[in-house]
Design a protein around this ligand. Structure first.
Ligand code: NAI
Ligand SMILES: NCC(=O)COP(=O)(O)O
Length: 339
């Protein structure tokens, strides 16, 4: 990592304070030396962390206080008290704090005070209860960055698999009409560019999963493969992007097949995330390609059912911070003037 990258901390938003966000952020700090994590600051509510964690917390008000504080305490950029808190029981005040933290973290990263943004898990339901209208955090961050939702591409990445849900938080019944050749081409281009820029894979090979069983069985089990996916694959190949598909989704995730691809693009959320979480529940990262900033997140939700019990695994948050740091280092290297 370059000096300038090391100097800028990573901004980690707390997520919903009644979820596991506070404890997994604290757990990542406790494991900072083991995992060689760079300095990071939690944006949110210090009291929500102190309610579930006995370790040292240092309130900071400037980003340049973070690196020194990080040595001996978890730096927290305290925004406001989110009110009386019972882990596992979300409140409107908690949702408002989660949104304030997200907005602040985006701002700090956009103005380059932070090297990258790592978002904690939010409850979409609780956010919608206070008037939030975006399907997830991805679309909100995209909007704040001036990027369309289509051009902000969700990727789930772990040591053994990367997947992209081409449609994300929509009802399954809407998938066939929302999965268009244009959408596939636009997202696959961003994936290929992102893998080159942020992961150092100069010519990534992509796979596109079929939507129907057996990739449609030559039209007998559905026509989306021939009508939508195959033309997109042809277009991408013409542009020089290495891509195979449509491939039958059941075998695509088998060892020996999935290993041949830098990323597997899937028709809908669970086609991508179910096999991903089977492999990478404890070290999976959700990241957004196509943004001007680096954004990663642990790939799990608020886990209200275990919040405050000490059972939450900080592994995905550790992986998200480590991946954000590697991506920041890759972008710093690519921007460095040639010597
Ligand atoms: N990145 C984000 O902000 C995400 C937010 N969500 C939101 O989270 C809320 C709950 O969603 P669910 O589908 O229940 O998913 P969830 O990930 O919160 O929980 C699913 C299961 O995984 C377990 N789990 C989750 N994180 C864990 C961890 N760190 N260590 C150990 N076990 C863990 C939970 O205890 C639960 O049994 C929803 O409102 C959803 O919108 C869901 C996924 C991602
Ligand atoms: N299932 C992934 C997820 O819900 C993450 O969504 P986002 O809040 O990162 O857009």
């Amino acid at each position: 990592m370059s000096d300038s990258c090391q100097r800028r901390p990573i901004a980690v938003t707390i997520g919903d304070p009644a979820g596991v966000g506070p404890e997994v952020a604290a757990g990542a700090w406790a494991a900072r030396r083991k995992h060689d994590l760079p300095p990071f600051v939690v944006i949110g509510d210090a009291a929500a962390i102190e309610a579930v964690w006995d370790g040292p917390v240092a309130r900071v008000g400037e980003m340049d206080e973070v690196a020194a504080a990080f040595e001996t305490a978890l730096p927290v950029w305290h925004l406001e008290d989110s009110g009386p808190l019972t882990p596992g029981s979300p409140t409107p005040a908690g949702a408002a704090l989660a949104l304030h933290a997200l907005e602040t973290g985006i701002g700090l990263t956009r103005n380059q005070a932070a090297a990258a943004l790592v978002t904690g898990p939010v409850s979409k339901h609780a956010l919608h209860g206070i008037g939030y209208t975006h399907p997830g955090q991805t679309e909100f961050i995209a909007e704040r960055c001036g990027v369309t939702a289509t051009n902000a591409v969700m990727m789930l990445a772990g040591p053994g698999l990367r997947v992209v849900p081409l449609t994300v938080h929509i009802p399954l019944a809407q998938v066939p009409e929302r999965l268009t050749s244009e959408l596939i081409v636009a997202k696959a281009r961003i994936v290929a560019r992102g893998l080159a820029r942020d992961f150092g894979i100069a010519t990534p090979r992509l796979a596109i999963a079929g939507l129907n069983p057996h990739a449609g069985e030559n039209g007998q089990l559905g026509d989306e493969e021939g009508r939508i996916i195959a033309p997109a694959v042809a277009q991408l190949a013409e542009e020089g992007i290495a891509v195979d598909g449509p491939l039958a989704a059941d075998a695509l995730f088998a060892p020996g097949i999935r290993d041949g691809y830098a990323a597997i693009l899937c028709g809908y959320h669970d086609q991508a995330l179910a096999p991903f979480k089977a492999l990478h529940f404890h070290d999976g990262v959700n990241l957004t390609l196509g943004l001007p900033i680096i954004r990663t997140s642990p790939d799990h939700g608020t886990a209200f059912n275990i919040a405050g019990t000490g059972r939450a695994d900080a592994g995905p948050t550790i992986a998200a911070i480590a991946m954000a740091a590697r991506m920041a280092a890759a972008r710093e290297r690519s921007c460095a003037p040639a010597k």
